[in-house]
Design a protein around this ligand. Structure first.
Ligand SMILES: [Zn+2]
Length: 190
């Protein structure tokens, strides 16, 4: 039997959790740092099917298309930041994978997604946002630091009216969400 190093065993365990959450093999490798062949095997074992092929999302601007996506993006990033802070000192090498899996699990529960259902934000989109967007400086998500995409960066910022954290374009100094803008317009039209 192949000898598995303890450091890799923890990554396989994270990979299994991610597969159960519906993450594709390519996302599993990116987050859990398992080799692609292992990620594919684990996906197959857990889901009884081959991991879907095809492109994973590349456009993080998807999160900015409407208020619900902005809210979900911000909630996921804040959950991630909280979990990651907790895992960082005890398991620094697995902290990203553990925090990613825990955030997704909590997100599914909060949105009451059934076991075979799909949440609004898929593991692939969440990975694009946090694995790519905050590969540096995740600690500062909670302080409103901008992501580190090549262009069109984003950040978590509270709406100035309803005080709810939204995902916003990085250039905003003050942000007002679409619901608050609409409410204000409705009042002024009376
Ligand atoms: Zn608002």
């Amino acid at each position: 039997m192949k000898q598995i190093q303890p450091a890799y065993r923890s990554k396989l365990a994270i990979a299994e959790t991610l597969a159960a959450l519906g993450a594709r093999a390519v996302t599993i490798s990116a987050v859990a740092k398992t080799v692609p062949a292992d990620s594919r095997d684990i996906y197959k074992q857990v889901n009884n099917a081959l991991s879907p092929s095809g492109q994973t999302p590349k456009d993080h601007q998807w999160f900015l298309a409407n208020r619900t996506r902005r809210l979900h993006g911000a909630a996921l990033l804040l959950l991630y930041c909280t979990y990651r802070s907790g895992y960082q000192s005890m398991a620094p090498h697995d902290a990203h994978g553990l925090a990613f899996a825990m955030s997704l699990m909590t997100y599914r529960e909060l949105n009451q997604v059934p076991p075979d259902g799909e949440p609004l934000v898929s593991p692939e989109r969440f990975s694009l946002l946090v694995t790519n967007g905050y590969q540096f400086g995740w600690e500062s998500i909670i302080r409103g630091a901008a992501s580190n995409f090549v262009s069109d960066n984003v950040k978590v910022m509270k709406c100035r009216s309803c005080r709810t954290p939204h995902l916003t374009e990085a250039h905003y100094v003050k942000y007002e969400c679409s619901a608050c803008v609409e409410a204000k317009e409705a009042r002024s039209a009376l």
